[in-house]
Write a protein that binds this ligand. Structure first.
Ligand SMILES: NC(=O)c1ccc[n+]([C@@H]2O[C@H](COP(=O)([O-])OP(=O)(O)OC[C@H]3O[C@@H](n4cnc5c(N)ncnc54)[C@H](O)[C@@H]3O)[C@@H](O)[C@H]2O)c1
Length: 275
């Protein structure tokens, strides 16, 4: 895939999964890439892959919840490469647990990374992507930003919030006539480490949940996800659904309206491992 030669792209959570695949595909497409993660080992592996492709790469440890560090990082990247065209706010975590048994801190942690991390990244890089004259903000939500399921309230809240925030940003950029496209990404089940890295409420078996995700729900490879996302970026699409499962679920929810809740609840109830 070509088409990003000379562009500078920033990818958070690039040490694994979709972020790593995005960084690799961007490098193959000719972009200069700034990658970051809290997992420095995963990040080093991604850096190696990008260097093997011959890409210009800047790799840094960055926790997306640390706002001041994120603001300083945005300036550093812009100074290093001379500009920034694209920011992929990708870093994310998952948590499973009914609201009744979840702690406030469990819900706050997911909101901090999955929502505030996206707000921090968008705000930090927005002046730079506007200044580039050909900018793009790409925020990773989920199919869980389109509908809710039991046990995913924290994740659903963060991903719905990412969608609301990003859809408002797209309209604002158009109204302000800024040269910035904005894309919200809604992946279905992607074969990454997300479930293995996830936490769960007390009494739930995280390992069993991860096995369920890996075996039954993760359908699309991260490489294919990255290709689909970059194709949508090239076309400056407002929304991209990643995977057949995401497309099917989106249609079901739109057809059923609020009645989807009567359908999905029992299905999820049957899928979830019993405590
Ligand atoms: N895998 C899926 O099925 C799926 C579906 C929908 C949406 N998503 C979203 O895609 C994005 C990427 O997830 P993935 O599936 O590749 O998972 P992953 O666990 O393989 O990768 C996520 C990366 O984010 C990093 N990260 C976590 N917290 C961070 C923080 N505070 N600061 C910086 N980096 C941090 C992790 O270290 C990891 O390298 C996430 O936003 C996730 O919610 C994934």
């Amino acid at each position: 895939m070509k088409g990003f030669a000379g562009k500078v792209a920033v990818v958070t959570g690039a040490g694994s999964g979709i972020g790593q695949a995005l960084a690799v595909e961007l490098a193959r497409s000719g972009a200069k890439v700034a990658i970051s993660d809290v997992d420095t080992e995963g990040l080093a592996q991604t850096e190696e892959q990008l260097k093997a492709i011959g890409a210009s790469v800047k790799a840094d440890r960055l926790n997306v919840t640390e706002r001041e560090a994120f603001l300083a990082y945005a300036d550093e990247v812009a100074e290093h490469f001379g500009k920034v065209n694209q920011i992929y706010n990708n870093a994310g975590i998952a948590f499973t647990g009914d609201i009744e048994v979840s702690q406030f801190k469990d819900i706050e942690r997911v909101m901090d990374v999955d929502f505030w991390g996206v707000v921090n990244g968008t705000k930090a890089f927005l002046p730079h992507v506007i200044a580039s004259g050909d900018g793009h903000v790409i925020n990773i939500s989920s199919v869980f930003g389109l509908f809710s399921v039991p046990g995913q309230a924290a994740y659903n809240s963060a991903k719905f919030a990412v969608r609301g925030f990003t859809e408002a940003l797209r309209q604002e950029m158009i109204l302000a006539r800024h040269p910035v496209a904005v894309t919200t990404v809604h992946p279905g089940g992607i074969k990454t480490a997300i479930a293995r890295n996830a936490t769960a409420a007390e009494g739930l078996d995280s390992e069993q949940l991860a096995k369920l995700f890996d075996k039954r729900l993760a359908k699309t490879s991260p490489q294919r996800a990255a290709e689909i996302i970059l194709d949508a970026v090239r076309k400056k699409r407002a929304r991209v659904l990643v995977g057949t499962d995401a497309k099917l679920l989106d249609v079901m929810v739109r057809l059923a309206g609020p009645y989807y809740q009567q359908l999905f609840g029992p299905v999820m109830g049957r899928l979830m491992p019993k405590v």
